[in-house]
Design a binder for this molecule. Structure first.
Ligand SMILES: [Zn+2]
Ligand SMILES: [Zn+2]
Length: 264
């Protein structure tokens, strides 16, 4: 069985990814309704009954909306660090004690044969993390909801087959857009979200570290366009003589549609 990965949704209205290594079928974040996640899983050719757990990056509702429901419906363990558990507990409703799995943000752990390496992110949540997920034939790294790129990401993501990289907003669109002042400041801050430009700079560094595919993610509906995110990132790559399709396989994820299925 090949390992497969698919982003079921990404953006401020909901984030959810699924990784299967043939034995374990893990959701990484569950920020859509349970029903939507089930139907998107089926679109990706996967069965919700085969899920084996949910990994949670942080407690914002666009990452946990369906976590409690799916845990209760399919008897799924939820993996989160302690501070995230405290912050999300009330929002997701009752979870059986045996399904409450607490990880340490500074320690790698295993779910079946999948090794999970969390790393800390700068974002306005209790203890937000990104993940590197490794199996026998793949390494996938997730980096969304970050105000700036932490040094640790370069190490963690090195040699990944796939990096899911935030490209949240265009700074000019955000500045002239309709967001209230406090929200603009929040998004732009070091604890907010990553701009297209910062994403582009990170992508260049990641290509130098042998990352093979990059999926741009968590695009803002108000302050970005997919074409703009893509052209900003490829523009910054071009300044360094790098090309999508040649140096890296570069794609975009959306709120409405599931991504392509990555198989390893
Ligand atoms: Zn988010
Ligand atoms: Zn967030």
């Amino acid at each position: 069985m090949p390992a497969t990965f698919c982003t079921l949704a990404s953006g401020s209205s909901g984030n959810c990814h699924v990784l299967s290594d043939g034995n374990q079928q893990l959701l990484i974040d569950a920020g859509l309704s349970g029903k939507q996640i089930q139907s998107r899983l089926q679109k990706a050719g996967m069965q919700p009954e085969n899920l084996s757990g949910i990994l949670v990056s942080h407690e914002h509702s666009d990452h946990i909306k369906g976590a409690g429901i799916l845990s209760r419906r399919f008897q799924l363990p939820i993996y989160a660090n302690e501070k995230t558990w405290i912050a999300m507990e009330e929002k997701i409703g009752p979870v059986k004690p045996e399904h409450r799995k607490i990880f340490d943000s500074q320690k790698a752990f295993a779910i079946g044969d999948i090794s999970v390496t969390p790393y800390r992110l700068s974002h306005d949540a209790a203890d937000p993390v990104g993940f590197a997920l490794e199996g026998h034939q793949f390494k996938i790294c997730l980096a969304t909801d970050l105000g700036h790129v932490p040094e640790s990401l370069y190490e963690v993501a090195c040699n990944s087959d796939l990096l899911v990289m935030e490209s949240n907003h265009d700074v000019d669109m955000l500045n002239v857009g309709s967001y209230p002042y406090y929200l603009k400041r929040r998004v732009l801050s070091d604890q907010g979200h990553l701009s297209n430009e910062s994403a582009g700079q990170a992508v260049v560094e990641m290509i130098r570290r042998n990352v093979k595919s990059i999926l741009l993610a968590h695009l803002s509906r108000e302050n970005n366009f997919p074409e703009l995110a893509y052209s900003t990132v490829t523009g910054i790559m071009a300044e360094k003589g790098m090309k999508a399709g040649k140096d890296v396989n570069l794609s975009l994820s959306t709120r409405e549609e599931i991504s392509c299925l990555y198989a390893y």
